[in-house]
Design a protein around this ligand. Structure first.
Ligand code: 5RP
Length: 265
């Protein structure tokens, strides 16, 4: 691996081999998502505990100070919306020159395996990998699950993750699922887990993050289950403890409860 690529990967994946990416890119198709209406207010208190931010150029420029940033994974796909015909109909929205100007650590794009736009999104990934590799910029592939593909099972996620790795993604973002080891072992590059919509209890989040880490994930790219929580700082610190300090779900819950009680006092 060349120095630039190795250096960027090391910015993302910490010395222990693990990572906590904080995605705040949801507005690119969801608009002002709940608790992300004013991105700066959401991002600022969480930034010290994130290893990298997954973000579009618009929110990066408007809502993150350049002198106090973490490594940036730039979201460079889009072109569809919640109210449009098909969420899977994405193109590449941001040039590689812009990514270089913004001094990013990586670029990220969604692939929609099994959708009507499977081919386009996979060719977009290949093109992006060609561009990124030219300049030593790793690509994170996001195995997005479109509206019509609600099922998140190991068979589907392993298929999508493996294809993304085969096409050259250096990191793959997928979802936790039952039998997650099938997803992780079938993917020859590091895998991080997203959370999807907020789940009912904090413990459920701690349990799936812990389970995924035991089964081969290197970390998370976890958004709504952190910043839509009523105590987002407590949440990110507890998840960080699982990822970087080998905390169990029970220990993470205790940490969350103790930070939360201080915050409410
Ligand atoms: C949204 C994304 C997010 O980065 C990804 O889904 C992770 O966020 P969450 O944990 O909220 O699902 O790709 O476009």
């Amino acid at each position: 691996m060349e120095w630039g690529m190795a250096n960027r990967m090391a910015q993302l994946i910490q010395a222990d081999g693990h990572c906590l990416f904080l995605p705040v890119d949801h507005g690119y198709f969801q608009g002002p998502t709940k608790k992300l209406e004013e991105p700066r207010k959401t991002i600022e208190p969480l930034l010290p505990y994130a290893d990298a931010l997954f973000i579009t150029r618009g929110v990066l420029r408007s809502s993150v100070d350049p002198d106090n940033a973490k490594p940036i994974i730039l979201r460079v796909s889009g072109g569809a919306s919640m109210v449009g015909k098909d969420l899977a109909n994405e193109g590449i929205t941001t040039s590689i020159e812009e990514a270089i100007r913004l001094n990013v650590a990586a670029i990220g794009l969604s692939v929609f395996v099994g959708s009507d736009y499977e081919r386009e999104s996979l060719l977009n990934l290949s093109k992006l990998v060609d561009e990124g590799e030219k300049y030593g910029i790793p690509v994170m592939a996001v195995t997005a699950v479109g509206k019509e593909l609600e099922k998140r099972d190991a068979r589907y996620l392993a298929l999508a993750s493996r294809i993304a790795a085969e096409l050259g993604a250096r990191v793959v973002k997928t979802y936790w699922c039952e039998d997650f080891e099938k997803v992780a072992t079938g993917c020859p590059v590091p895998v991080v887990m997203a959370g999807g919509p907020q789940v009912d209890t904090e413990l459920e989040v701690f349990e799936f993050v812990y389970d995924g880490m035991q089964k081969g994930a290197i970390g998370v790219n976890l958004g709504r289950n952190i910043w839509q929580n009523d105590f987002p700082v407590a949440m990110i610190k507890a998840i960080r403890a699982i990822i970087h300090e080998k905390a169990s779900p029970k220990e993470a819950q205790e940490l969350y409860d103790s930070i939360k009680s201080k915050e409410t006092r």
